[in-house]
Design a protein around this ligand. Structure first.
Ligand SMILES: Nc1ncnc2c1ncn2[C@@H]1O[C@H](COP(=O)(O)OP(=O)(O)OP(=O)(O)O)[C@@H](O)[C@H]1O
Ligand SMILES: [Mg+2]
Length: 363
């Protein structure tokens, strides 16, 4: 049985629609990331699931029970907010006990749940401290602990790591990944950080423009983006999109770029739309500095970004197209150089006139 199911959820604020026909189904114990740009409706959807906001249409089901008419407290859902706040005058233990006392959970049961959650979150030595005497990451864990003790069947985390500095964010991300192994609940985490979504989620739900753009495991989202939006939003640096023309030929599509060069993809030619403008999608790993041959283009280097294990080369083809290429960590390339770039057609994606993605079949 699906843990959470949304059917045709819609929401507008006044005349402005923010969610349009959202349907999805999440399995028990699945870790889901909602990934999308600011304003794409992620928090609003989470709040509708939690019952803090009412949808204009649609249904919300949790473990076979329709919950969209139930008050938040009766839904079996716990939420950690984008801007969470702990009670500063209460100890960690009191912060965690507060909601349970209000719900009239027996005292020894509260103690047991707090002890369990504190052990999982590794804050068991800090239960008598006040939040002010804790680091940002520790406070973050208390906020998660406060949700954990409710023993929800669904956890909603709205940008749980956004108010942490970069190093702490990375550490807490690892902790969340470990927590996921220990907790018997489904989790939906909102983020606009794709690295966070890629490392933590079983499946990513990419949102933009009021709608779900794609649902899938991280590597499927990366390798088979459903459309131009997903292709450009996921992956850093963004995929190069080159206007291209289909050249008549064999089983797989051959595309001609604006500078006249030809790229032989592994995308079945029969899948592509018959007419209209196409775009060739190239992640940096599909474009290597150096080489010769028919899929080699000439480019002028505009920026060299050394990342240690690899070097990203931002260059421009003679027709003006900006393209990002990969080179060795100790790349000799300098700004202003004219370099050959070899395009690996087997790694190329093709996008149709409506933005739909077409991908290589496995060799
Ligand atoms: N209570 C409200 N009244 C009016 N408009 C709202 C309200 N809440 C959200 N919105 C609008 O709805 C849209 C979606 O907002 P939402 O907070 O869900 O986005 P988000 O994806 O969580 O963005 P972020 O990444 O910035 O947190 C935005 O355009 C926002 O301005
Ligand atoms: Mg938000």
């Amino acid at each position: 049985m699906a843990s959470l199911e949304l059917k045709g959820v819609r929401k507008a604020f006044g005349a402005t629609p923010v969610l349009d026909d959202i349907s999805l189904s999440i399995d028990a114990r699945e870790f889901i990331a909602f990934l999308g740009p600011s304003g794409s409706g992620k928090s609003t959807l989470l709040r509708i699931i939690a019952g803090l906001e009412t949808g204009d249409a649609g249904e919300v089901w949790l473990e076979g029970r329709r919950i969209d008419k139930l008050p938040p407290g009766d839904r079996g859902i716990a939420m950690v907010f984008q801007h969470y706040a702990l009670y500063p005058h209460m100890s960690v233990r009191e912060n965690m006990a507060f909601g349970l006392r209000n719900a009239r959970v027996p005292r020894d049961e509260i103690e047991r749940r707090i002890a369990d959650a504190a052990r999982v979150l590794e804050i068991d030595t800090m239960l008598d401290r006040k939040p002010a005497a804790m680091s940002g990451g520790q406070r973050q864990r208390v906020a998660i602990g406060r949700a954990l003790v409710k023993q929800p069947s669904l956890f909603l985390l709205d940008e749980p790591l956004s108010n942490l500095d970069a190093a702490l964010r990375l550490r807490t991300r690892v902790e969340l990944a470990q927590l996921k192994q220990k907790v018997d609940a489904s989790v939906i985490m909102v983020t606009h950080d794709q690295a966070e979504a890629m490392t933590l989620a079983d499946r990513i739900i990419v949102m933009n423009d009021r709608r779900i753009q794609q649902i899938g495991p991280p590597m499927e989202i990366y390798n088979r983006p459903a459309n131009v939006f997903v292709a450009q939003f996921v992956g850093s640096p963004a995929m190069t999109l080159a206007p291209a023309r289909k050249v008549d030929g064999g089983e797989f599509a051959s595309l001609q770029l604006g500078d006249g060069s030809l790229v032989e993809t592994r995308v079945p030619a029969s899948q592509l739309p018959g007419n209209g403008d196409l775009r060739l999608g190239l992640r940096p790993e599909a474009v290597r500095v150096g080489g010769r041959g028919k899929s080699t283009v000439k480019a002028k280097v505009e920026l060299v970004e050394r990342l240690g294990e690899r070097t990203l080369v931002y260059a421009r083809l003679k027709d003006g197209l900006a393209i990002t290429a990969d080179d060795e960590g100790d790349s000799k390339v300098k700004i202003g150089d004219e370099v050959p770039l070899r395009i690996d057609g087997a790694l190329a994606h093709v996008f149709g006139p409506d933005g739909s993605g077409y991908h290589a079949v496995a060799a």
